[in-house]
Each structure stands twice: as C-alpha cells, then as structure tokens.
Design a protein around this ligand. Sequence first.
Ligand code: BYC
Length: 472
Amino acid sequence: MTLNVDYGDRIPNNVDLRGDRRLQRALEAWQPRFMQWWRDLGPDLIAKDVYLRTAVSADRDGWAHFGHIPLEEYRWGIFLADREPDRRIAFGEHMGTTAWQQVPGEYRADLQRLLVVQGDTEPASVEQQRLLGFTAPSLYDLRNLFQVNVEEGRHLWAMVYLLHAFFGREGREQAEQLLLRHSGSVDAPRILGAFNEPTRDWLAFFMFTYFTDRDGKFQLGTLAESGFDPLSRTCRFMLREEAHHMMVGTTGIDRVVRRTAELMREHNTDDITPHGGIPLDIIQRYLNFHYSVSLDLFGGERSTNVANYFTAGLKGRWQEERRDDDHRLTDVTAAVDVVVDGQVQTVRIPALTALNQDLRSEYFTDCNNGVRRWNRILETAGIDQTLSLPHHGFNRRVGAYSGLHVTPVGGLVDAETWEREQEWWLPTASDFEYIQSLMQPVFEPGKMAGWIAPPATGINGQSLEYEYVRLA
Ligand code: BYC
C-alpha cells in the first residue's frame, strides 16, 4: 500500500485535498470543531507526550511511524488504501460492473445512513474511555489507551471525509451531528446501544476492545467490500489500524486471566479478592455483558435493511470474494431463530434477509478463539475452571431474543427468575465497586498493577521499562 501522505497540508491526506479547494475549506472548518470536541470529551488525563504511531510514509512497514508527541498534536488525517485498477463490484445485482467513484443517486440515503452509523461509533468510544487514563495499570497500557483513542478519532475523520466529499450539505450537517451526539446523553445519545454504556474500568476497557472493537472489525470488513469504492478504500485502511485495537483487547484479557490464575495457584483459592486479583466469576460476568451487548450491534437476525444493502452492492459479506457461491443469494435460504408464543423456533428465510446473522456467526467464531486462548492459559496454570461465551440469546435487546429472558447456557426463564438470578450472570454493583477499588494508577516506568500480568513484549520493540507516556 502506498500512502504518499501530504503533511504540508493542515489536514494530512492522501486524497489530494489541495486539488479540491471547496472540500478542503469545508474540512478545515470542521477541524477546529473536532479539536474542541477532543478537548471537551477526549482523554481527561493530560500527558506531556505519548509514544504514538502515526501514518507517515509510503512503504509497507513505514505507514506506522513511532515517536513521542503531545496527544493534541497527533496528525489526524484522511488516508485511503490504494485504488485497485478496474475494481469490480463483487456481489449483489450490480455484480461484475465497475465499482462506483461517485454515489449512485438511488443509494444515497442508504449509504449516508451506513456512514453515519459507522462514524457515530468512533467518537462514542473515545467519550466512553475518557476517564480511564487516571487509573491506568501501567504506562504501557496508558499508551495503548491513547493510541486507540487517537485512531478512533481518525476513524471519525475517515467517515467525515466521505460525508463532506460525497454528500453535499446534508453530509456536512451529518458531520456536525457526529460531534453533537454524546455517549450516554439523555437528549442526544449515540445511535447504537453499546456505545451508550459506560466503560467504567480497565477490565471493561479490555472487554470492550476485545468484543466491541471486534464488531468494528467485522462491520468494516463488510464495508470494505462496498461497491462505493471510496468507502471500500477508506475501510481497508481503517482495518490496518483496527488490528492494534484487537491486540489491546486480546492481550489485555490474557494478562488479567494469567494474573488471576497465578493468584489462585499461589493462594490455593478461588476467592482472590483479599490478594488484589480479579476472580474468574467476575471476569465471566464482564465477558457475558460485553459479548451480549456487542451481539446487538449486528442488528436483527431478520433484516430487510441488510438485504437491501447487499443487493444494492453497498455492504458485502465478510470475505465476500473468498466465498464459493453466486454472490447474489436470490435463490438461497438460511435458518434463523424466531420466537413464536414465547418459544424459540428455527425457520428458513431468504438468505438475503439473514445476512446480519451470517456476519454474527463469523464474529462468534472469532470471539471463541479468544475464549480458547484464555482457557489454555488457565489450563497451563493448572486451573480446572473455564470461561465461555454465553448463549446468543442471553441479555439481548435487539433481534428475536429481545423480549425473552435467556440464561447464559440458553435456558428460557421467566422475568422473576431472571431478576433473582441475574446477579450470577451480569456484573453487579459490588463487582463494579470491587474492580473500582483495584483501579489505582501505576505510572512508574516498567511497573504494573497487581491485578494484571505484564505483557509479553513492549511496543515497537521497546522494553517494558520504556517511558511510553511522559506525564505532565
Ligand atoms: N442499537 O434491520 P435491523 C465500530 C436499529 S462498531 C440501536 O435489524 P440493520 C467500533 C437499526 O439501525 C461497528 N439501534 O438492523 C467499535 C434499524 O434502525 P432503522 C459500527 C439498533 O439495519 C468500537 C433498526 O434497529 N458499524 O466500528 O440490518 C470502537 C432495525 O435494525 C441496533 C456499523 O454498525 C443497536 N445495537 O443493521 C469504535 C456498520 N441494531 O434503520 C468503533 C454500519 C439495530 O429502522 N451499520 N438498530 O432506523 C450497519 O450496517 C447497520 O446499521 C447495523 C444494523 C448493523 C448497525
């Protein structure tokens, strides 16, 4: 991938902004609003500088340049992956035709909606994480939090660029709105449920970056298939950055589980709270929560929206081009769960309307890899307990299961039982309180909070003792 980033511009970009003065001016007018939003709702802890990765150069590895900079000086910019010559639409009714460089009029509203929903999640996650810096378990983790935050900010830029460049006045208005809705706000909440949930501690942060960012990976993967080429190229570049967020979540939970296992062995007990560790049952309840709210992000099992997006060529399937079928799906059916008279049944529906479930099952397989990893850590430590993903009907607010009470193992229970038993399944007020009590900052280079094991390696070949963040 070549980048050829133009850093001479106020907005670094590889889309030749200079060649389009109107667009450049519109984005330059949005930039101070973005900075104001970042100051108001971005990270609350102000550091002198942070060892950050920024896209600067053209070669394969060089897109990631590392150096200490103040967060506010991060060069948020607009980067698209290279244009593939003669790219063709790979699915839907326009399959085989040339990918669009402009928005087709008939799909304008749908595309704009997809961009707005995607764009809304990016600043939302920064807002959700804004207080975490104060309680970071190490400078290494603090640096990773800030890296995730600046890149989510950049992903907002990515969607705002598309809105400004291709959707005229309406697009600019939508870009304004992206800064006006706020996570958890009563009057103007973020669009999707999970992005209004608080990320109150670092266990929640690791769960969020594992489960919720992973929805991001899969959704971006489907948008990378889009017949609207600028969206595809934008998402392909975003996915490269997203890999770091996945790493933060996966290794973050690895390290929590490893430390928990160590303490369980050392003290020969499951109740490691007197020793400052996070008990496995609390980890499981956090996992249950974050996985279930992230499943909601896939929409309903049965959706005409997703069928329309696919048929129109706007949103493909995960790894569309590697699939061995006709890529149109007009004559195929798929099995989905429906609820009839309070009971779950499986019915066959047109595969097109079941595509949210198709993506969700790819996501499930990926999530399960993490659970296997964590169980291997437990097994290696000689602990005979395991973690698991709850049933897909558990704690759902969207889709077939939204009106039901389903236990983590998939049993249907009545509302009363749910009320009585949910403290075993979802984090409780006392879980939150206990985890909060562990959230004491560790800001000395090379040192680590007692509830989490150190990472296996540092960032960009640096040692763990490296001063990843210099505090003010
Ligand atoms: N909360 O037809 P349905 C990321 C709405 S994460 C609230 O079943 P559809 C990131 C839905 O909008 C990835 N509302 O669903 C991660 C629809 O409303 P309208 C974000 C919800 O449309 C971490 C109605 O319910 N990107 O990048 O097939 C950090 C009926 O829905 C929810 C995308 O999501 C919910 N959970 O699919 C930072 C990609 N679910 O239209 C970033 C773009 C559904 O009737 N979005 N609704 O008013 C999409 O592709 C689709 O909009 C969805 C929903 C997959 C979200």
